[in-house]
Write a protein that binds this ligand. Sequence first.
Ligand code: MET
Ligand SMILES: [Zn+2]
Ligand SMILES: [Zn+2]
Length: 419
Amino acid sequence: NDPSLQRFQQYLQINTAQPTPKYHEAADFILSQAKTLSLHSQTIEFVKNKPLILLKWPGTDPTLPSILLNSHTDVVPVEPHKWAHPPFAANIVNDNIYARGSQDMKCVGLQYLEAVRNLKSSGFVPLRTVYILFVPDEEIGGHDGAEKFVDSAIFDEMNVGIVLDEGLASVDGHYRLFYAERCPMWLVIKAVGAPGHGAKLYDNTAMENLLKSVESVRRFRASQFDLVKAGLKAEGEVVNVNMVFLKAGTPSPTGFVMNLQPSEAEAGFDIRVPPIADQASLERRIAEEWAPASRNMTFEFKQKMSVYDKSGKPLLTAHDSSNPWWALLEGAIHKAGRTFGKPEIFPASTDARYFRLKGVLAIGFSPMANTPILLHDHNEFLNKEEYLKGIEVYESIIKSFASFAAETGKDEEATKDEL
Ligand code: MET
Ligand SMILES: [Zn+2]
Ligand SMILES: [Zn+2]
């Protein structure tokens, strides 16, 4: 059994599922790994019991912008009885490692470390400093993790030139690369109305008011989905709105009171907004159509982030020749014998948006090809060969990034190869 697989299994076996992640166990494990790699380590707690672990592999030229390899340590909850294999056992069945976090994104966190391990033992010395960061709470918005980190003096001092963060599995043989992501707007709308007899017809009931909104949201959702179905837009390019809860009715011991029209009704929506969308007009639509004051409706955001930075620029990482890291990444993947598709907008959200908010280039990438997309799903797994291949790919990427001498615009490795 490959020791790198055993380490991956060990990390997956630590139950870091929200809402009660075992962060200290994960931190201890990462710190023990860092020790075996002789990496400098720092534990940062912006909020008690929510540690960030920052590892540093110093480059020979500390004046050059550094490389930051980011991953989150938390995972989403599971319904264990619906899994064919226990979600925190990390059993290998038919060469697949089954565990919550095997795709999202404990794989990436440990692949970074394994790649560094291999590069160190091969004698590679980075020109640029390489940081590896493990953050908490990404799955609940990253507020006590990456969001606070990008505002810290620690981050300022790191002088980061490029961030790598998570991507998605690809069902075909080509990796997926992400230059942006949709930002979350978690919306709760609330309707009120006079209660009344279940047999009575009258206007402005809470239920009727809410249903009008739900219908309006449904039409908007269908219009966006149609663009995807017609092949006109990719999933990450439309505004997505999914109803995630409905809350109404007067509870009774046997269910709900059936002959009473309730005075309040609520619905929750997970909205994802691409940085190419008109967010202001969406907000107007919410205020005017989905929760209009004229129907006595109110709304609140449980989570909301602008798709623009402070100067009003959309949160997009350049993926043309103005961003030398993009070509380096592509070259490094090719060098490792893999291919990739057209750059995409990540359909969900990641911590990369906080780095982009600070004007730092960030690319989403998880080296998983020929793999069904199972993040947040039951029976999440990653094939062990695919995991091991990912380590090789990161070796190639780190080597290329860490050797990149901006002065000449050429990476040292490439220059050496040419000579
Ligand atoms: C709302 S923050 C993002 C949490 C998670 N990564 C998601 O996309 O759902
Ligand atoms: Zn993730
Ligand atoms: Zn996730």
